[in-house]
Design a protein around this ligand. Structure first.
Ligand code: HGY
Ligand code: MN
Ligand code: MN
Length: 410
């Protein structure tokens, strides 16, 4: 596909590495938790680059950032792309930020070629995609898509009780624009796969047809703190023993629904967390995933059968709450075709794939024609400071993104 518009792969790579300096960790990753000062620094850098690229920039009340390149038909709904800048605590240099900066590179490349598009182009930064500091994940794109109301979104609090509203105001990203209720011509999100399939199949591009469903839970077990020495085993109400049995059951449930089910306990707090006091309380989270909502519901039933029985047996109080359910998603067929056609025209190896991770595109697909593009990541590792992708694949993904956007914007 000959085009005067060319992705500048060095500029894209350099932008990624410059952004990775913000919140850089000793092992080569990043820690830019949502709405921290480091997230603000990343946002400020992105906004600066967008303004240098001639974009107008707007921020909505959930802190979502919209950088807009004007089109020759300004009244047409924009063709949008983007992802997130917030990271996991031990995150990588590509998760989320790659989709944001590849979107900026598309605008830079269009500017270099002085190529007008009919529809405006917008690059979006969605607030708190990760759901690590503030649960649930994808909460701001969820408000944009009408899945959550604004008050719910703004009231999400971290484990210290600090709310998103407070942090948005503190870092200067509590925008004035209403959230959502505006049409997008299409939304494309470019992302690393975060799993091993593309690399194993030696495919450069993932034509993402959908994403698996997720259920997130918060579980609190309460027993009784007591002295680790004089308290006989028969008289204990040890919350950590109960939690460890449920953690093991979560893993069993994941293994019981092969090949796609995923089950994870990623966060666990023990109180008082003292080596010679029997734990009186344990708070922990459960993350279930599956491409079929029916299997996800079965996993839910198995957890809800096991946890109360275990708590009763050990004399523990159980508080089990499902805090989030994101059903499985199928992306827009026309957008999926645009991605596949772009990969074909660019002569890039490609395959259909379902996303194991959640993405803002999952919620945006409810309000706009949406597609996703994946590239491989090294050894399929992500949510890890060693997360990596090759310069060639990073450039290839951006070329597919450019072609898919032009396919819809002109
Ligand atoms: O959890 C996820 O799937 C995403 O990385 N937030
Ligand atoms: Mn991500
Ligand atoms: Mn992530």
């Amino acid at each position: 596909m000959e085009s005067t518009v060319q992705i500048n792969s060095k500029r894209l790579w350099d932008s990624l590495m410059d952004m990775a300096k913000i919140g850089a960790t000793s092992k080569g990753g990043v820690c830019r938790l949502a709405l921290t000062d480091l997230d603000r620094q990343g946002r400020d850098l992105f906004v600066k680059w967008c303004r240098e690229a001639g974009c107008s920039v707007r921020v909505d009340r959930m802190g979502n950032i919209f950088a807009r390149r004007a089109g020759s038909e300004p009244a047409r709904p924009p063709i949008a792309t983007g992802s997130h800048l917030d990271s996991q605590p031990t995150g990588g240099r590509f998760d989320g930020v790659y989709g944001v900066l590849a979107g900026l590179e598309v605008i830079r490349a269009l500017n270099d070629a002085d190529h007008p598009t009919q529809a405006p182009i917008e690059v979006v930064v969605w607030t708190n995609e990760e759901g690590s500091r503030f649960a649930p994940a994808m909460v701001a794109s969820g408000v944009f898509a009408g899945v959550f109301d604004l008050e719910y979104g703004l009231s999400r609090a971290d484990l210290n009780g600090t709310t998103m509203a407070q942090e948005l105001a503190r870092i200067g990203y509590a925008g004035d624009d209403p959230v959502g209720k505006r049409s997008l011509g299409a939304f494309f999100e470019l992302h690393i796969e975060q799993g091993p399939i593309l690399e194993a199949e030696r495919q450069t591009i993932g034509v993402v047809t959908g994403a698996q469903g997720q259920r997130w839970y918060e579980i609190r077990l309460t027993g009784q703190e007591a002295h680790a020495g004089p308290t006989p085993m028969s008289r204990r109400r040890d919350a950590l023993v109960g939690a460890s049995r449920i953690v093991n059951e979560v893993n069993r449930i994941g293994l019981a629904h092969p090949p796609y089910a995923c089950a994870t306990v990623g966060l666990l707090n023990v109180s008082p967390n003292s080596r010679n006091t029997i734990p009186g309380e344990v708070f922990f989270t459960v993350d279930f995933r599956h491409p079929e909502d029916g299997v996800l519901a079965q996993m839910d039933r198995e957890l809800r059968a096991f946890a109360p029985a275990t708590a009763n047996e050990l004399g523990l109080a159980l508080d089990l709450q499902q805090i989030w359910h994101s059903p499985a998603v199928a992306f827009d067929a026309a957008c999926v075709s645009s991605v596949r056609r772009a990969a074909e025209q660019l002569g890039l190896s490609h395959m259909n794939i379902i996303s194991g991770a959640g993405h803002d595109a999952c919620y945006i697909s409810r309000v706009a024609p949406t597609g996703m593009i994946f590239i491989p990541c090294e050894n399929g590792i992500s949510h890890n400071e060693i997360e990596s992708a090759s310069r060639e694949d990073v450039a290839a993904g951006a070329r597919v993104l450019l072609a898919a956007i032009l396919d819809r914007a002109d």
